[in-house]
Design a protein around this ligand. Structure first.
Ligand code: ZN
Length: 248
């Protein structure tokens, strides 16, 4: 494992002060590199709209391109299995859970009536495509979310500043961020900040070669997932060590 960093990149702690908590669909936290990549994507999309040029949308069929993030890179296995030097979110001052909220949805009969010329007398709420749903929503309730990284503190701060909420069900008020705080840790071990949570457990997906170099690290086991954003894209899937389950 070799860390490749550009001028001005230092070990960082990124801290999001949360209003209440964050909702997530996977057992581990939101990745910092994924957050930065989607922000760059949004900015590019907005710029394309203003300039009136076409923007290639995210597609499951195409191999995703790697955006240039203001983070150092870990060479990983040195054979295409590289990753950004940043962890997934780790909760600080957590209120012990599990916290599970349920949300429900039912189709709007009046709206369906307006959209369809031949609506059956009764659209069942119990079966079929338009049934009512009750879905569980796991929450992590904590004061702060913390990420560790090696990167350019100013560029990272600029990208994160406009992000007001993260995670799932943001429209319902979940994942609201009160403020972002970025601190430099000049003397910290960069390979530790590129991989590990503050408690020393594995803080991100990593190839076996990284674990080999990090020594005796607690992980969340092995699985098929990405090493870089977009993490859930089929083309990104490979055998990786999973982060310790720090959330929920
Ligand atoms: Zn690595």
């Amino acid at each position: 494992m070799i860390l490749q960093s550009a001028a001005g990149m230092v070990p960082l702690v990124v801290r999001a002060r949360m209003a209440a908590g964050v909702a997530h669909g996977v057992p581990w936290g939101i990745s910092l590199d994924g957050l930065l990549a989607s922000e760059i994507r949004e900015n590019t999309k907005a710029a394309a709209r203003v300039a009136g040029i076409d923007y290639t949308p995210y597609s499951l069929d195409a191999v995703p391109e790697d955006l240039d993030l203001p983070l150092a890179r870990c060479s990983g296995d040195g054979d295409g299995g590289w990753h950004w030097a940043a962890t997934f979110a780790y909760p600080e001052d957590e209120v012990p859970g599990p916290h599970v909220q349920y949300w429900s949805a039912r189709p709007d009969q009046q709206a369906m009536d307006q959209m369809s010329a031949q609506l059956p007398a009764l659209v069942s709420e119990r079966q079929g495509r338009y049934r009512s749903r009750v879905m569980p929503l796991p929450l992590t309730v904590c004061r702060n979310l913390v990420w560790r990284a090696v990167g350019d503190p100013i560029a990272v701060a600029e990208l994160l500043a406009p992000i007001m909420s993260i995670g799932k069900k943001r429209g319902a008020g979940h994942g609201h961020i009160l403020s972002w705080e970025i601190t430099e840790h000049q003397n910290a071990d960069p390979s530790e900040f590129a991989h590990l949570h503050p408690d020393g457990s594995l803080g991100r997906t990593a190839p076996a070669s990284c674990l080999h170099d990090l020594g005796d690290v607690h992980t969340g086991g092995e699985g098929q997932m990405g090493l870089r954003p977009p993490y859930m894209h089929p083309a990104r899937r490979c055998r990786v060590a999973l982060p310790e389950n720090g959330m929920g």
